[in-house]
Ligand binder design. Structure first.
Ligand code: NAD
Length: 485
């Protein structure tokens, strides 16, 4: 075991969980045993809630301009530890080192945004009648929780951590049991940045802790990022318990490629979008709709896919189960009559035989009823469907239950606008394969890719992490009494 057994982080200290149940943390790169992660119980969560509750009065009363000083230091420390954090991310998640560097750089950007919150949350004030003022302020909620998935061990936690704590909340995070190491390191870095004990806590575990978070009466709000199946469970359970909840789910993102698209740029973008982070991105291109004569572009996409080398510029998928699930999808599509143009099955990386790799895969002549067309594969696979018209392509995109992202590749601005208006997704790209909005724009999908109101990052997150206080004041008795006194 490379690292000591993982512990929870409660009230500024690493502490053992109250249970002895653990899971192994295995590196997807080579199958090596990295550590064990505790499957915490309700009592451990309760300890974290108590610590967070105790920290809340002082933290929430600290002026926001002082609170964000911690985040300026945190940003500096993320940059200082970039190499170490990137290596850890690659080790536990399996993505390439360069992808991990990009992930930590994104954490820096998310933190930069949080340091700008004092500028963004100024309230409003107006003399609403003679001598009477109304004023609004954003108040923190209290103890909040964040439940995160395996595919971005540092970035998705940082979608919520900096904003929630800058806005005065105290937080408990439940990392993915598959990649628990990065969150523990983030906790240490936040402490080094000067965050008071109890403001940020980490409780490891699986279903039991997620359910406990949804049920615990001391937790005011729950943010969740993960699969749609679990997003629905969490959203229903947390709101049933009268908590505020924002639950981001899975995705099936469609790229529409039109005959006038610039061939090289389109092929490079499509290949990068479907294979980046081994296809384990909720913004990955997963289905491509080829509209009309785009044979020449499909050929180039295959050429680009063949340049992607597992173990070099393509990371591993998270575990053996995922590897088998992805390969099963490819085999099923083949049996149903689709044509595998580039085949990533049975990939082995020399020297990392126990790594869980799937090579880039391009499947053509997919029909909308095949499971590769409908379901989230979460691997480096693109399924190509063909239509004669843009409206047919839009009908396919609109019929899918998800709604994270959709992209169009074309040089025709009018056509791009037509698609922006009609695609049923929260984030749209034009000649962009991974249309993630950068700060200060907010991140969030539609339909079954998100349950709840607002987005998880950017300005939109202010509404989620705070509640509005409205005060009406009068100091001058001579203002008299009127209907609104
Ligand atoms: P997951 O849903 O399996 O797990 C997410 C979290 O929920 C983990 O912390 C896990 O421990 C917990 N969990 C798992 N099963 C549970 C259950 N039955 N009850 C309660 N909690 C449970 O997701 P994952 O496999 O870690 O991540 C991949 C998924 O996340 C993909 O579907 C991907 O699209 C999605 N994702 C979405 C976004 C987005 O912004 N919409 C971003 C990243 C990932």
């Amino acid at each position: 075991m490379k690292y000591p057994a993982i512990q929870n982080f409660i009230n500024g200290k690493f502490v053992s969980a109250s249970t002895t149940k653990t899971m192994d943390v295995i590196s997807p790169l080579n199958g090596s045993h990295l550590s064990t992660v505790p499957m915490s119980a309700y009592k451990d969560l309760d300890d974290a809630v108590r610590a967070a509750k105790a920290a809340f009065p002082s933290w929430s009363r600290t002026p926001i301009k002082e609170r964000v000083q911690v985040l300026f230091k945190y940003k500096y420390l993320l940059e200082k530890y970039l190499k170490e954090l990137s290596e850890l991310c690659t080790e536990e998640n399996g993505k390439t080192y360069n992808e991990s560097v990009a992930e930590i750089e994104k954490c820096v950007e998310l933190t930069e945004f949080a340091t700008s919150l004092p500028q963004l949350i100024t309230g409003e004030v107006l003399e609403v009648s003679r001598g009477v003022e109304c004023r609004t302020e954003h108040a923190p909620l209290g103890v909040v929780a964040s439940i995160v998935p395996f595919n971005f061990p540092s970035m998705v936690p940082n979608w919520t951590i900096p904003n929630a704590i800058a806005l005065g909340n105290c937080m408990i995070i439940k990392p993915s049991e598959k990649v628990p190491l990065s969150c523990g390191r983030l906790a240490e870095i936040l402490k080094e940045a000067g965050l008071p004990d109890g403001v940020f806590n980490v409780v490891h575990g699986d279903v039991e802790i997620v359910e406990a978070i949804c049920d615990h009466p001391g937790i005011e709000a729950v943010s969740f990022v993960g699969s749609t199946k679990v997003a629905k469970i969490v959203y229903q359970r947390a709101t049933q318990n009268l908590k505020r909840c924002l639950a981001l789910g899975g995705a099936k993102n469609h790229l529409m490629v039109l005959p006038d698209a610039i061939p090289d740029m389109t092929a490079q973008n499509v290949a990068a979008s479907m294979s980046g982070c081994a296809g384990q991105r909720c913004m990955a291109a997963s289905a491509m709709v080829a509209v009309g004569g785009v044979e020449h572009i499909i050929e180039k996409i295959c050429d680009e896919a063949r340049k992607i080398i597992p173990g070099k510029n393509l990371g591993a998928v998270i575990n053996k189960d995922s590897q088998q699930r992805i390969e099963k999808y490819i085999t099923e599509a083949e049996q149903q009559g689709a044509k595998i143009l580039v085949d990533g099955r049975n990939t082995k990386v020399a020297g990392s035989e126990n790594g869980t790799y799937v090579g880039p895969t391009v499947i053509d002549y997919v029909t909308p009823e095949m499971s590769v067309a409908k379901e989230e594969i979460f691997g480096p696979v693109i399924s190509i469907m063909r239509t004669k018209t843009v409206d047919e392509a839009l009908a396919i995109e609109n019929a899918n239950p998800y709604g994270n992202a959709a992209s169009v590749f074309t040089q025709n601005g009018g056509m791009a606008r037509y698609i922006i208006e009609r695609a049923s997704a929260g984030m749209i790209g034009v000649n962009v394969g991974v249309p993630v909005p950068r700060e200060p724009f907010s991140f969030g999908g539609w339909n079954e890719s998100k349950f709840g109101v607002g987005d998880i990052t950017g300005k939109s997150s202010i509404e989620f992490w705070t509640k509005l206080k409205k005060s009406t004041t009068k100091w001058n008795p001579e203002a008299g009494i009127n209907w609104m006194s």
